[in-house]
Unconditional design. Structure first.
Length: 431
């Protein structure tokens, strides 16, 4: 019903997307009334002005988020996305602020997430023009702080209405019905005997370190320096990489570490080594369709006073990770290793037979001809920021994922297909 209407607006859609892409909405120094900086504020104002011109009701939530809304009814369904971007980085072949080459629109945010969210306005326009009266209101929520902390949605949740259902086009297709919980745990030992001089690995806890280094005092009292290399991977899929810290810990023992350092390395090699499922640590969990626990040793740091590793643990919905972490703490501290749970983002789970997941799945199948079951992922998406939301699009399976990379792009066909899918999804959820 909506597709022809949407295709007829292709030029307008591209123009609006390019206008948004031209704005550098990387988080910057706060200014008066611009908590995430001027660029972020400009991108929000651009989207709200466009929505306003299209005749939708709009609201600005303390310059931290905004929304455009259409329809009547007690209940509201939402499409959640964001207008902030990550820094452009180096190495672009095309203009990071928007350039069309052949059938692709290049630029930071084309895929993540300005393209889909500006597109969502046109999807909403199609629904308004063609769908007739609906039972529920449809609200497009424009976040502005997804990339650097999601403080936008903390603010939204404080004062604004919670949708009864919704989706965020800020991840992948097909529907993601469950996202694992994410916990950060540190294991640390004091160094009291000079056995360690320095240790370092990892840039971020959610990446498998590809380099690790250590300087220490051997049992013969000579200074040794070791390095290890690994294979990087995302922290939610550590089994796809090779951890440089694990390699280093084996080498350290083989090279004659002593005292407190040897004690810690022995603990590491016995309880972690190259495992990525937490089995020997006693925190493994296989929850069938909800997936399995993964553990990535993301950071290593140490000096003459202590040695510490930070684990990025992803655990399936249904698991009581507070309890699991408490058991790990007991086990580690019995061996003189300090163990602290620093952060625990709860898993997301919306039943597969819920109207939300079923409807999105149906729309996806109808619009793409692909019959793929809803999936579970280890990564956390924007869906966790607001209740009753699942991730749905915009990246198709087998599509090159250029999010956060140089030369980020969305093909015009891909952009248009997303607008069509979103229009059908909004309509089905709201009718
Ligand atoms: Zn995003």
């Amino acid at each position: 019903m909506f597709n022809k209407y949407i295709r007829d607006r292709q030029d307008e859609i591209i123009t609006s997307v390019l206008e948004s892409i031209a704005i550098d909405s990387t988080e910057a120094e706060p200014q008066e009334g611009m908590p995430f900086g001027k660029g972020v504020n400009d991108a929000l104002e651009h989207a709200l002005k466009l929505a306003d011109q299209m005749g939708f009701k709009t609201a600005n939530i303390d310059n931290m988020a905004g929304y455009a809304e259409y329809g009547e009814g007690e209940e509201m369904i939402a499409v959640l996305g964001h207008l902030d971007i990550v820094p452009i980085g180096d190495g672009w072949t095309y203009d990071p602020w928007g350039e069309i080459v052949d059938d692709r629109i290049y630029g930071r945010g084309t895929l993540d997430d300005k393209g889909p969210m500006i597109g969502a306005l046109y999807a909403l326009d199609a629904v308004r023009s063609l769908a007739g009266p609906l039972k529920r209101r449809i609200r497009l929520i424009f976040g502005t702080n997804e990339e650097t902390g999601s403080r936008d949605m903390v603010r939204y949740n404080e004062t604004e209405e919670t949708p009864v259902m919704g989706f965020t086009p800020d991840a992948d297709y097909p529907v993601i019905f469950s996202e694992k919980g994410i916990a950060r745990i540190t294991l640390e030992k004091k160094i009291n005997d000079g056995s360690l001089i320095s240790a370092h690995a990892g840039k971020a806890v959610n990446i498998v370190p590809d380099h690790a280094e250590m300087t220490f005092l051997g049992e013969d009292a000579k200074v040794r320096a070791l390095e290890s290399t690994g294979i990087p991977a995302h922290g939610s899929t550590p089994e796809l990489g090779k951890n440089a810290v694990s390699d280093l810990m084996q080498k350290v023992v083989e090279s004659g570490a002593s005292g407190d350092l040897k004690y810690f390395a022995d603990f590491y090699n016995k309880n972690i080594a190259f495992e990525t499922d937490g089995a020997s640590l006693g925190i493994a969990c296989d929850a069938g369709k909800f997936g399995r626990t993964t553990v990535n040793v993301g950071l290593l740091e140490g000096d003459g006073t202590h040695i510490k590793i930070t684990l990025d643990c992803r655990y399936p919905a249904g698991e009581d990770f507070e309890q699991t972490a408490a058991e790990l703490k007991e086990k580690a501290e019995a061996e003189g290793i300090e163990c602290v749970l620093h952060k625990n983002v709860q898993p997301l789970y919306i039943p597969e037979d819920s109207m939300l997941v079923q409807t999105l799945q149906e729309v996806y199948r109808e619009q793409t001809g692909q019959d793929i079951d809803p999936v579970v992922i280890g990564g956390g998406t924007y869906a966790k920021a607001v209740k009753n939301i699942v991730a749905f699009g915009p990246v198709f399976p087998d599509q090159e994922n250029v999010i956060h990379q140089k030369d980020e792009y969305i093909s015009i066909e891909h952009l248009m297909k997303n607008v069509e899918i979103m229009a059908h999804a909004m309509y089905r959820l709201a009718r």
